[in-house]
Design a protein around this ligand. Structure first.
Ligand code: NI
Length: 423
């Protein structure tokens, strides 16, 4: 089925000026982009924008723990390690595969309504997460969080992560799989080496928490460069380093490394502010993520994009850094690229029709035009402006409804899971 977005603005992370076009979606891809002053192509379904709607790429949440929506609100206003040890890890022990499945679906309701088409998830019981992703028709980059514990735990988790890759990597074009060592403070160096060796031999990327807090940097025992080399992270097919708040900005990074900025989670946990402008100045790829809903507490990439764009202007007293278009690119294309999705995250012919339809017919868009649309979206807009979210040309969220998901059942099962793990 072909869907035509007739006379809409298109904006993405490569356009400083938004064009007014007819955008045709067919067979899951962007089939054509033509000038809005020309006659539109024919289609089965027509969405008439009349210049009052915009189409942007779907957001890619490059770091989250989706099922942690079930732990939202537990242990607020506490430092990271205290929060993890006292509030999160004891409750996580009660999570079952079923709870994680429903929690992930519940997170997907939030993500789709706020424009996310793809999320990079690190958790456990990931087969259920993969099944939830496939049943919804979303895209996801999945890894099993690997942490030390009783003897043999790391080996078993790594084996489980490799099996996840064998079963789901590339599945229906919706899923990529990475290996997921949790962090330097939960995975000993020797185990890191065996995980990166496995990544190399299986051709997999790695998703890793790195230098989220100052204490973690103080206890690393070596420079970040030395750590990346000693662990083998700088020679795996690709490594995506979540947070990197305390990664020294003069660190030389190999080209296989991308950083994932989680500004709201870092702010809320008091972890600090990543030196983003330094990385952007050096063309180091940086994507954006929310982190889990129990540390953010939202899964709203639009807010993450806006925060990334304004936070560093204030922190560095430089209103020129992190322009709106850069923030939009980090929230969309950079995450897709970092996690192995090709032709996703820009509005281009032939690329995946993973799109967000934005309603511009609101007071806060008065004065919007092609020249200023990106800035309006990033600074004035919010996920409340979203009229629909599409993955591979299929609506997964449209005007408050979820065509592929049973919202009531997901809500009920998630309420039950929350009750079971917290009582
Ligand atoms: Ni995290």
């Amino acid at each position: 089925m072909a869907t035509l977005f007739k006379d809409v603005y298109i904006s993405d992370g490569s356009r400083t000026i938004a064009e007014r076009v007819h955008l045709l979606v067919s067979k899951g891809r962007i089939a054509s982009i033509t000038d809005a002053r020309e006659n539109p192509p024919s289609a089965d379904k027509i969405i008439s924008g009349r210049g009052k709607m915009a189409v942007i790429p779907g957001f890619v949440n490059a770091h989250t723990h989706a099922a942690m929506v079930l732990l939202r609100g537990l242990g607020e206003d506490a430092p990271l390690m205290e929060w993890l040890k006292n509030k999160i890890w004891p409750v996580e022990d009660k999570l079952t595969p079923e709870y994680i499945y429903w929690g992930t679906l519940s997170a997907m309701l939030e993500m789709l309504a706020t424009g996310t088409t793809c999320f990079a998830d690190m958790y456990f019981e990931m087969e259920g997460v993969a099944d939830a992703v496939l049943s919804a028709g979303m895209k996801a980059a999945l890894c099993r969080g690997i942490t030390a514990g009783e003897p043999g735990k790391i080996e078993r988790s790594l084996q489980n992560n490799i099996e996840l890759a064998e079963k789901y990597h590339g599945r229906e074009g919706l899923i990529t799989v990475q290996l997921g060592p949790h962090a330097p403070y939960t995975v000993p160096m020797e185990a890191m080496k065996s995980i990166t060796e496995a990544a190399k031999s299986h051709g997999l990327g790695v998703h890793f928490h790195f230098l989220e807090t100052k204490g973690e940097r103080d206890n690393l025992g070596m420079t970040p460069s030395e750590y990346l080399e000693a662990s083998g992270l700088d020679s795996v097919p690709y490594a995506n380093l979540a947070h990197s708040v305390w990664l020294d900005p003069d660190t030389e990074l190999h080209e296989n490394i991308s950083l994932i900025h989680c500004p709201c989670s870092n702010l809320k946990l008091g972890s600090g502010i990543m030196p983003l402008p330094s990385w952007l100045d050096r063309d180091v790829p940086v994507a954006l993520g929310t982190d889990g809903a129990s540390s953010n507490n939202r899964l709203d990439m639009w807010e993450e994009m806006r925060t990334a764009a304004i936070l560093h202007k204030g922190a560095s007293m430089n209103p020129v850094c992190v322009p709106a278009v850069d923030a939009l690119r980090m929230a969309t294309y950079e995450g897709a690229r970092a996690f192995g999705f090709s032709q996703k995250g820009m509005i281009r012919e032939g690329w995946a029709a993973d799109l967000v339809l934005v309603n511009l017919d609101s007071p806060h868009y008065i004065g919007v035009n092609g020249e200023n649309l990106a800035a309006y979206l990033v600074y004035a807009g919010s996920s409340g402006d979203i009229a629909g979210t599409m993955v591979n040309g299929r609506w997964l969220y449209r005007n408050g409804e979820y065509p592929t998901l049973d919202r009531e059942e997901i809500m009920q099962k998630s309420h039950e899971a929350r009750k079971a793990i917290t009582e």
